[in-house]
Design a protein around this ligand. Sequence first.
Ligand code: TUI
Length: 313
Amino acid sequence: MKSEITKLFGITYPIIQGGMAWVAQYPLAAAVSNAGGLGIIGAGGAGADWVQEQIREAKKLTDKPFGVNIMLMNPEADAIAKVVAEEKVAIVTTGAGNPEPYMDMWKDAGIKVVPVVASVAFAKRLERMGADALVAEGTESGGHIGELTTMTLVPQVVDAVSIPVIAAGGIADGRGVAAAFALGAQAVQMGTHFVATKESIVHQNYKDRIIKAKDIDSKVTGRTTGHPVRVLRNMMTSEYLKKEAEGASLEELEQFTLGGLRKAVVEGDIQHGSVMAGQSAGLVKEELSCEELIQKLMREAKEVLQQMNTFEF
Ligand code: TUI
């Protein structure tokens, strides 16, 4: 499945791994790139030195292109933006904010800039600013989310811009990959299924929680605070959603989730931590290697698309 994105990034398959905070570290990114997709290191809330070390370790494990995701709410974003330029990372994706202040510096360093967007207006603006491609991320995604679904957002962004669009949110198997192409996307970005791969460094409890998740296990905290975050339901979400319904203050709610992702990823406390995952968790059935997952996605997508060719009109 060659596409504008596989050509632009110099990768074999149109599969991008999401740049998830705490989770997307160099072993995962290198494994995805070595398997023919695009691996991404998630800078999340980390410091610039940590990101630099991650990039250098990834370079030792792969000679294929990989990317770095910068979460723009991170107070260290300025310093991380400089590190990726100095290290001449092939591709930078951004999330949770506006990357315009860094675009010129990154373009001068020869970096391909791929912002994550959740609306058409923001997509058009970033195309004008020189973005090379966009990730259109639907509300089915895990973590910090926008309002629109992947099904409605992706075709509207595809219609509004002429740069290639990568679909994200709710995709975890080959049917989702085929559907994304039907919507006009040139690749997919997946997070949740990659969290539960062999090369992912998250605690085993986190992987097992994703694998046993049912369709209705997905919850959104923080709708009232303006920072909606999709997670898997547990004791923390029950308590949080109760506090939120009772009109708890912003400070109290923020305090309640502080350090929650680390608690789940590192300590494996899946009852009190933030188990960020998308709605696609219900589609994840087993822990595969990145190579096995990417091969499975491409085999399934090919089957679906060939099946569609047999429709009679
Ligand atoms: O960024 C994400 N997903 C994330 S970031 C994250 S880290 C975190 N940790 C604890 C609490 C909260 C977050 C976890 N998941 N996805 C990309 C994304 N970006 N989705 C939506 C957006 C977005 C939203 C609004 C991008 C830009 C935007 O507005 C920018 C503007 O200037 O209007």
